[in-house]
Design a protein around this ligand. Sequence first.
Ligand SMILES: N[C@@H](CCC(=O)N[C@@H](CS)C(=O)NCC(=O)O)C(=O)O
Length: 211
Amino acid sequence: MILHGYWRSSASYRVRIALAMKGVKVKQVAVNLRDGAQTDPAYTEKNPQGYLPMLELDDGTQLIQSLAILDYLDATFPEPSLMPSEPILRSKILAASMIIAADIHPIQNLSVLKYIRGEFDADDADVKTWAQHWILKGFNALETLAKDYNTPFLMTDRPMFFECCLIPQVYNANRFDVDMAAFPKLRAINDACLAREDFQLAIPDNQPDAP
Ligand SMILES: N[C@@H](CCC(=O)N[C@@H](CS)C(=O)NCC(=O)O)C(=O)O
Protein backbone atom coordinates (compact mmCIF):
# COMPACT_ATOMS: atom_id res chain seq x y z
CA MET A 1 0.00 0.00 0.00
CA ILE A 2 1.10 3.56 -0.66
CA LEU A 3 0.11 6.47 1.57
CA HIS A 4 0.13 9.75 -0.33
CA GLY A 5 0.50 12.34 2.41
CA TYR A 6 2.51 15.20 3.81
CA TRP A 7 4.40 15.34 7.09
CA ARG A 8 2.40 18.28 8.43
CA SER A 9 -1.01 17.29 7.07
CA SER A 10 -3.21 16.47 10.04
CA ALA A 11 -5.55 14.29 7.99
CA SER A 12 -2.51 12.25 6.83
CA TYR A 13 -1.32 12.12 10.45
CA ARG A 14 -4.65 10.48 11.46
CA VAL A 15 -4.03 7.67 8.98
CA ARG A 16 -0.38 7.29 10.02
CA ILE A 17 -1.50 6.81 13.64
CA ALA A 18 -4.01 4.11 12.68
CA LEU A 19 -1.39 2.31 10.56
CA ALA A 20 1.14 2.46 13.38
CA MET A 21 -1.38 1.25 15.97
CA LYS A 22 -2.17 -1.73 13.77
CA GLY A 23 1.48 -2.36 12.87
CA VAL A 24 0.77 -2.03 9.14
CA LYS A 25 3.73 -0.89 7.04
CA VAL A 26 3.12 1.20 3.91
CA LYS A 27 5.27 3.07 1.42
CA GLN A 28 4.92 6.82 1.89
CA VAL A 29 4.83 9.23 -1.04
CA ALA A 30 5.09 12.92 -0.15
CA VAL A 31 2.76 15.41 -1.84
CA ASN A 32 4.21 18.78 -0.89
CA LEU A 33 1.30 21.01 0.19
CA ARG A 34 3.49 24.09 0.46
CA ASP A 35 4.46 23.71 -3.22
CA GLY A 36 0.83 23.09 -4.22
CA ALA A 37 1.57 19.55 -5.41
CA GLN A 38 -1.95 18.53 -4.33
CA THR A 39 -3.33 20.53 -7.28
CA ASP A 40 -0.93 19.00 -9.77
CA PRO A 41 -2.77 16.87 -12.39
CA ALA A 42 -0.46 13.98 -11.49
CA TYR A 43 -2.21 13.96 -8.10
CA THR A 44 -5.71 15.20 -8.94
CA GLU A 45 -6.13 12.45 -11.51
CA LYS A 46 -5.87 10.08 -8.52
CA ASN A 47 -7.83 12.29 -6.08
CA PRO A 48 -10.02 14.85 -7.86
CA GLN A 49 -10.63 16.67 -4.57
CA GLY A 50 -6.94 17.61 -4.38
CA TYR A 51 -6.69 16.84 -0.68
CA LEU A 52 -4.43 14.56 1.31
CA PRO A 53 -4.31 11.78 2.32
CA MET A 54 -4.91 9.10 -0.26
CA LEU A 55 -4.25 5.44 0.35
CA GLU A 56 -3.44 3.42 -2.73
CA LEU A 57 -4.00 -0.29 -2.33
CA ASP A 58 -1.77 -2.93 -3.93
CA ASP A 59 -4.35 -3.52 -6.70
CA GLY A 60 -4.39 0.22 -7.52
CA THR A 61 -7.65 1.04 -5.70
CA GLN A 62 -7.49 4.60 -4.39
CA LEU A 63 -9.09 5.47 -1.06
CA ILE A 64 -9.64 9.08 0.02
CA GLN A 65 -11.02 10.89 3.10
CA SER A 66 -9.07 10.06 6.26
CA LEU A 67 -12.07 8.83 8.28
CA ALA A 68 -13.12 6.52 5.46
CA ILE A 69 -9.52 5.26 5.30
CA LEU A 70 -9.55 4.62 9.07
CA ASP A 71 -12.77 2.68 8.58
CA TYR A 72 -11.18 0.62 5.78
CA LEU A 73 -8.09 -0.10 7.88
CA ASP A 74 -10.23 -1.16 10.82
CA ALA A 75 -12.24 -3.54 8.65
CA THR A 76 -9.12 -4.96 7.00
CA PHE A 77 -6.77 -5.15 9.98
CA PRO A 78 -9.16 -5.66 12.89
CA GLU A 79 -6.60 -5.76 15.73
CA PRO A 80 -6.40 -3.61 17.71
CA SER A 81 -9.85 -2.30 16.84
CA LEU A 82 -10.34 1.43 16.46
CA MET A 83 -14.01 1.25 17.40
CA PRO A 84 -15.81 -0.49 20.25
CA SER A 85 -18.60 -2.87 19.26
CA GLU A 86 -21.15 -1.41 21.70
CA PRO A 87 -23.36 0.76 19.45
CA ILE A 88 -23.90 3.75 21.76
CA LEU A 89 -20.23 4.12 22.69
CA ARG A 90 -19.35 3.65 19.01
CA SER A 91 -21.72 6.44 18.01
CA LYS A 92 -20.36 8.74 20.70
CA ILE A 93 -16.75 8.13 19.63
CA LEU A 94 -17.65 8.75 16.00
CA ALA A 95 -19.47 11.96 16.98
CA ALA A 96 -16.46 13.22 18.95
CA SER A 97 -14.19 12.35 16.01
CA MET A 98 -16.46 14.29 13.67
CA ILE A 99 -16.33 17.37 15.88
CA ILE A 100 -12.69 17.41 14.84
CA ALA A 101 -12.82 16.05 11.31
CA ALA A 102 -16.06 17.67 10.14
CA ASP A 103 -16.42 20.80 12.27
CA ILE A 104 -12.96 22.03 13.36
CA HIS A 105 -10.42 20.92 10.79
CA PRO A 106 -12.15 21.80 7.47
CA ILE A 107 -12.47 25.49 8.31
CA GLN A 108 -8.77 25.91 9.02
CA ASN A 109 -7.56 23.86 6.11
CA LEU A 110 -4.80 25.33 3.92
CA SER A 111 -7.12 26.17 1.00
CA VAL A 112 -9.70 27.80 3.31
CA LEU A 113 -7.05 29.97 4.95
CA LYS A 114 -5.65 30.88 1.52
CA TYR A 115 -9.18 31.83 0.44
CA ILE A 116 -9.85 34.15 3.39
CA ARG A 117 -6.43 35.75 2.84
CA GLY A 118 -7.10 36.27 -0.87
CA GLU A 119 -10.80 37.19 -0.88
CA PHE A 120 -11.15 38.99 2.44
CA ASP A 121 -7.67 40.42 2.97
CA ALA A 122 -7.12 38.42 6.14
CA ASP A 123 -3.56 38.84 7.44
CA ASP A 124 -1.54 36.46 9.65
CA ALA A 125 -3.21 37.77 12.84
CA ASP A 126 -6.71 37.41 11.36
CA VAL A 127 -5.94 33.88 10.22
CA LYS A 128 -4.68 32.96 13.68
CA THR A 129 -7.78 34.47 15.34
CA TRP A 130 -10.02 32.57 12.92
CA ALA A 131 -8.28 29.23 13.48
CA GLN A 132 -8.14 29.67 17.27
CA HIS A 133 -11.86 30.50 17.37
CA TRP A 134 -12.97 27.26 15.69
CA ILE A 135 -10.46 25.10 17.51
CA LEU A 136 -11.49 26.51 20.91
CA LYS A 137 -15.19 26.05 20.11
CA GLY A 138 -14.70 22.40 19.20
CA PHE A 139 -12.27 21.65 22.05
CA ASN A 140 -14.71 23.18 24.57
CA ALA A 141 -17.39 20.78 23.40
CA LEU A 142 -15.00 17.80 23.53
CA GLU A 143 -13.75 18.65 27.02
CA THR A 144 -17.37 18.82 28.21
CA LEU A 145 -18.25 15.50 26.56
CA ALA A 146 -15.18 13.91 28.18
CA LYS A 147 -16.39 14.79 31.71
CA ASP A 148 -18.85 11.87 31.64
CA TYR A 149 -16.02 9.36 31.34
CA ASN A 150 -13.45 8.53 33.99
CA THR A 151 -11.08 6.96 31.46
CA PRO A 152 -7.46 7.67 30.46
CA PHE A 153 -8.52 8.25 26.84
CA LEU A 154 -11.67 10.07 25.73
CA MET A 155 -14.19 7.35 26.50
CA THR A 156 -12.04 4.22 26.63
CA ASP A 157 -9.06 2.61 28.33
CA ARG A 158 -6.94 2.63 25.20
CA PRO A 159 -6.59 4.98 22.24
CA MET A 160 -9.08 4.37 19.46
CA PHE A 161 -10.63 6.16 16.48
CA PHE A 162 -11.06 9.45 18.34
CA GLU A 163 -7.43 9.63 19.43
CA CYS A 164 -6.34 9.19 15.77
CA CYS A 165 -8.17 12.50 15.18
CA LEU A 166 -7.37 14.36 18.39
CA ILE A 167 -3.58 14.16 18.45
CA PRO A 168 -3.16 15.74 14.97
CA GLN A 169 -5.68 18.43 15.92
CA VAL A 170 -3.73 19.28 19.09
CA TYR A 171 -0.56 19.48 16.94
CA ASN A 172 -2.46 21.88 14.72
CA ALA A 173 -3.74 23.87 17.72
CA ASN A 174 -0.15 24.30 18.91
CA ARG A 175 0.82 25.68 15.50
CA PHE A 176 -1.88 28.32 15.97
CA ASP A 177 -0.80 29.06 19.59
CA VAL A 178 -4.09 27.87 21.04
CA ASP A 179 -4.05 28.10 24.84
CA MET A 180 -4.75 24.53 25.99
CA ALA A 181 -5.11 25.47 29.68
CA ALA A 182 -8.88 24.99 29.68
CA PHE A 183 -8.64 21.44 28.35
CA PRO A 184 -7.02 19.21 31.01
CA LYS A 185 -8.53 15.97 29.73
CA LEU A 186 -7.57 16.66 26.11
CA ARG A 187 -4.04 17.50 27.27
CA ALA A 188 -3.83 14.30 29.33
CA ILE A 189 -5.00 12.22 26.37
CA ASN A 190 -2.47 13.95 24.12
CA ASP A 191 0.37 13.29 26.60
CA ALA A 192 -0.64 9.65 27.08
CA CYS A 193 -0.79 9.06 23.32
CA LEU A 194 2.51 10.77 22.60
CA ALA A 195 4.20 8.62 25.24
CA ARG A 196 3.43 5.56 23.10
CA GLU A 197 5.79 4.15 20.49
CA ASP A 198 3.07 3.81 17.82
CA PHE A 199 2.03 7.45 18.06
CA GLN A 200 5.71 8.49 17.99
CA LEU A 201 6.14 6.70 14.66
CA ALA A 202 3.34 8.82 13.24
CA ILE A 203 4.36 12.29 14.47
CA PRO A 204 5.10 14.87 11.76
CA ASP A 205 8.78 15.33 12.68
CA ASN A 206 9.42 11.60 12.25
CA GLN A 207 8.23 11.46 8.64
CA PRO A 208 10.65 11.02 5.73
CA ASP A 209 9.56 14.31 4.11
CA ALA A 210 9.92 16.39 7.31
CA PRO A 211 12.63 19.02 6.81
N1 LIG B 1 -11.89 15.63 5.08
C1 LIG B 1 -10.61 15.37 4.50
C2 LIG B 1 -9.73 16.57 4.68
C3 LIG B 1 -8.45 16.43 3.96
C4 LIG B 1 -7.64 17.71 4.04
O1 LIG B 1 -8.16 18.78 4.33
N2 LIG B 1 -6.34 17.58 3.81
C5 LIG B 1 -5.51 18.73 3.81
C6 LIG B 1 -4.23 18.44 4.55
S1 LIG B 1 -4.53 18.13 6.25
C7 LIG B 1 -5.16 19.11 2.40
O2 LIG B 1 -4.87 18.25 1.59
N3 LIG B 1 -5.18 20.40 2.11
C8 LIG B 1 -4.82 20.88 0.81
C9 LIG B 1 -5.47 22.17 0.50
O3 LIG B 1 -6.21 22.70 1.33
O4 LIG B 1 -5.21 22.65 -0.61
C10 LIG B 1 -9.99 14.13 5.14
O5 LIG B 1 -10.29 13.87 6.29
O6 LIG B 1 -9.22 13.42 4.47
